[in-house]
Design a protein around this ligand. Structure first.
Ligand SMILES: Cc1cc2nc3c(=O)[nH]c(=O)nc-3n(C[C@H](O)[C@H](O)[C@H](O)COP(=O)(O)O)c2cc1C
Length: 500
């Protein structure tokens, strides 16, 4: 397998008995907030909630009709930033206080940052802003119109990751978590924009050097992993394949001066493992390096002996759920207190249908589900093709205990009714997307995991992402061939008690 990203993924695999000690250097603990000094700031309005669209109306709704829409303003931007990446819970007090966010994060290390370039908003100066979520404000990094758009207004969101925040704990494996976390954040922002009636375009393919320079970051520490644009000239009618490639989003070409690159230092000793820089470097595009994807992959061969079964989506359950979209985002948390209790067929059907991206960054991703006690669904491992609304039984039996063991013996997992495993066959990924495919696959795995979290919350279930697993063992549980790996798992099911 010549794909260097398979190399990174397998090189960072966990093996039973071969995990290094859990030593953490607390003196080098990274800050979870990025701090710019002395730049102009804009306080975000506080009275931003109060929109009550039902959660599933947003999740399953048609894309927004933003053509010609003029009324988006600073409050809309604030909703996007605060719901998209805001503080939603606190544990402890005083010096022990810890703040949780609207997106989950491996180890709650929050490697991601969110930036917005906006122009034409009635009450905000055109420019590039950093979302200072700790202080609920914007920090203006650059002033002026930077977006290529003929529309009355336009915005682009940039999701970055600071490697060290995650590598402090997870070392070489941290690049995986940066990408998965970024996927969660992308999907959250995407859905908030959808709730605003706006259709964002998500891009993972762009000129890395140009975007990082525009953001002004130190690219040895912080890099852009995804861009969302809304509404943006020339992107709305294009086909699925070309949507993955970001149009040049800037009016003005660089060079751009860095903006306080020292703000990217999260600790005085913040060395990023070479393996991470190499893995990221191997997926990096220059301005002229042809961001086009290759041909479509040949469809995965049907698994022997299985008959696809259609799963319809029961509309009435979605409509009946009381949670508004904003409440679902606000209440989302990671749960590990699962209980053995049967899930009704309408609930699991809604949940499964929630696990779909249209369009996806990475069509090579395949979802498999290990399930326990669900009505009209014999225990087993299933392949779930949300686009076709079809599932196939891969193997019958309850494999949740084996899956829990493979997930670093996280015993609580065996009580979760569903283990969604996001998997990829490396040759397909390579053939379709080339070296950049790893980013696309991991981002999409995070995005799908996020949909599991939010849909579970809205259905009164708990959910939890699982990035810690013995890779080889887990592949065997989900019946992967030699060329397939699990990228991420998200568990879901009834829990003993939900946070209020
Ligand atoms: C990529 C990723 C991997 C995760 N892996 C695990 C895991 O292996 N075990 C676990 O108990 N929680 C895991 N979590 C959940 C985080 O611990 C949790 O999101 C974090 O503590 C913040 O809490 P919250 O989700 O309730 O806001 C993971 C989350 C993400 C996004």
């Amino acid at each position: 397998m010549e794909n260097p990203e398979v190399g990174y993924h397998r090189q960072t695999a966990y093996r039973r008995g071969a995990l290094g000690g859990g030593y953490l250097d607390w003196s080098a603990r990274p800050s979870v907030y990025k701090d710019y000094r002395g730049l102009p700031t804009v306080a975000l309005p506080e009275d931003i909630l109060g929109f009550h669209k039902p959660f599933f109306e947003v999740l399953f709704g048609a894309p927004g009709s933003d053509a010609g829409r003029r009324d988006w303003d600073l409050r809309g931007l604030a909703r996007t930033l605060v719901l998209g990446y805001g503080i939603t819970a606190q544990s402890g007090r005083g010096a022990d206080a810890f703040f949780y966010r609207s997106v989950p994060s491996a180890g709650a290390l929050y490697p991601c940052e969110l930036y917005a370039a906006v122009q034409g908003l009635p009450d905000l100066e055109d420019g590039l802003y950093h979302h200072d979520l700790a202080r609920n404000r914007l920090v203006r990094l650059r002033t002026g119109p930077f977006l290529r758009s003929e529309r009355p207004w336009a915005a682009a969101f940039f999701v970055t990751a600071l490697f060290y925040r995650s590598s402090w704990k997870y070392r070489e494996r941290a690049y995986r978590y940066c990408l998965l976390d970024a996927g969660h954040l992308v999907e959250n922002v995407f859905l908030v924009l959808q709730s605003e009636g706006l259709t964002a375009q998500v891009f993972d393919r762009f000129d890395d050097g140009a975007v990082n320079a525009f953001l002004g970051v130190d690219p040895t520490r912080e890099v852009c992993l995804a861009v969302l644009t809304v509404p943006h000239e020339g992107t709305e009618t294009e086909g699925e394949a070309s949507q993955r490639e970001a149009p040049p989003v800037f009016w003005r070409e660089g060079p751009f001066e860095p903006v306080q690159p020292e703000a990217c230092r999260m600790s005085p000793s913040d060395t990023v493992p070479r393996a991470i820089l190499d893995a990221h470097g191997a997926t990096t595009f220059g301005p002229a390096s042809g961001t086009r994807s290759k041909s479509r992959p040949s469809p995965a061969p049907p698994l022997k002996g299985e008959a696809p079964q259609a799963v319809t989506r029961p509309e009435e359950v979605a409509a009946a759920q009381g949670l508004s979209f904003a409440e679902a985002l606000w209440r989302r948390r990671s749960y590990r207190n699962y209980v053995s209790q049967q899930v009704s067929s309408s609930v699991w059907q809604i949940l499964w249908h929630s696990v779909a991206l249209r369009p996806a960054l990475c069509p090579a991703l395949e979802v498999r589900v290990a399930c326990g006690d669900a009505q009209d669904l014999p225990a087993g491992i299933y392949r779930w093709n949300a686009a076709a609304g079809e599932m196939c039984l891969v193997k019958a039996g309850d494999f949740r205990s084996s899956s829990a063991r493979a997930c670093l013996d996280q015993d609580w997992l065996r009580h979760a009714v569903f283990h969604f495993a996001f998997t990829v066959r490396w040759p397909d990924l390579w053939e379709f997307l080339g070296p950049r495919g790893y980013r696309a696959a991991m981002l999409d795995a995070g995005r799908l995991g996020h949909r599991v979290y939010l849909a579970s919350t809205a259905l009164g279930l708990g959910a939890c992402g699982v990035g810690a697993f013995y890779d080889e063992e887990l592949r065997r549980v989900f019946d992967g061939d030699e060329d397939r790996d699990v990228l991420y798992v998200t568990a879901s099911g009834p829990v003993k008690k939900l946070w209020k």
